[in-house]
Write a new protein. Sequence first.
Length: 379
Amino acid sequence: MARVAFINENTLGHRSYLEPYAQSLKGMPNNCFDIDWHDVIPLPADLAWFGETSIRGLRRWGLDLGATRWRMAASQHALRLVRQAHSRRPYDAIVVNTQSVALSFARWRGCPPLLVCMDATFRQLAKTPWFASGTIGRWAAPLMLAWLFKREIQLFQKAKYLLPWSEAAARSLRDDYGIPTQKIHIVPPSVNIQPFQKKIRPIGQKRQILFIGGDFKRKGGPILLQAFRSYLRADWELHIVTQSDVQEEPGVKVYRGVRHGSVEWLERWQHADVFVFPSSLETFGIVLLEAIAFGIPVISSKAGAAIEILNDGKAGILLDEISPDSIVTALNSIIEKPYHTKVRVENGLDSAVNRYNVFANAVILSKLIHMFSNRDVAI
């Protein structure tokens, strides 16, 4: 039985990436994996002060090195956890999501074979406001991010395999870093397609728009709320699942503390008539996979891997611009063109089965792990 450490960057959407894979690997024939799970968050006190505090007066300009400091602290914490466990009982391999929490592993000489998953490379993120939102911060980014880029390259060189979530991330590894193709294997966020019972909406009850996003502002929530207030309140309800401070109002229901996979989480999908995701800054968009797996019509911005996930608009409506008017136009299209909506939903389900099936992709991951395992186990 191969002993494998799974290290999870359990922040925002990253929470739900590795867990389905861990469950699938454990359920494989002959139970050939002994998985040891490590969550990186919360940071211990001796690292939290360094990685999670802001420097007053500098943060607003993107000059407090917060992105670098957090990654330094989180990766150091991950390394401590794994080295301690490895000293007690050695690992055959380590699977870590993402490179942000794996950076310190680049300097571990005795590190077991390392497989690094990632939603995006730092070079990709540096082209967006992700690391620095202000003009000054973007101007200073090359200097402030120098340590991150250097350590990321060292990590990529040390890793046995790099497992990007999307083709866009894989392309960045090839083009921006010169990583050999044979070292790159796309292992995307994946879902378990199961029979799903949609709740029947009582006659006279308004249709429901579902929005799920931990960071309400970054995920485009305010734009959706503006559209709802201006055009949609008479015919729709808006249901918001978030960790942000959003207030309820007529027609708007807000849910906080809803865990992925919980009964309350499932209920929101069962009642939803459409999922709207006008995110302005994204690296992938796992929630889009969940929506198409549940057979819910999807409206999304083109941020992150949305174009790839929604098959260039064949599996959902992609917004050309993020605005209240574009959201309303897309919603009207879903209602007024039921045949086209049905075709997009079916295309989405086919994509989920063929490209984002957790069982099929778990087999790929298991074979990669066993390439470096010292145990004689069957897959």
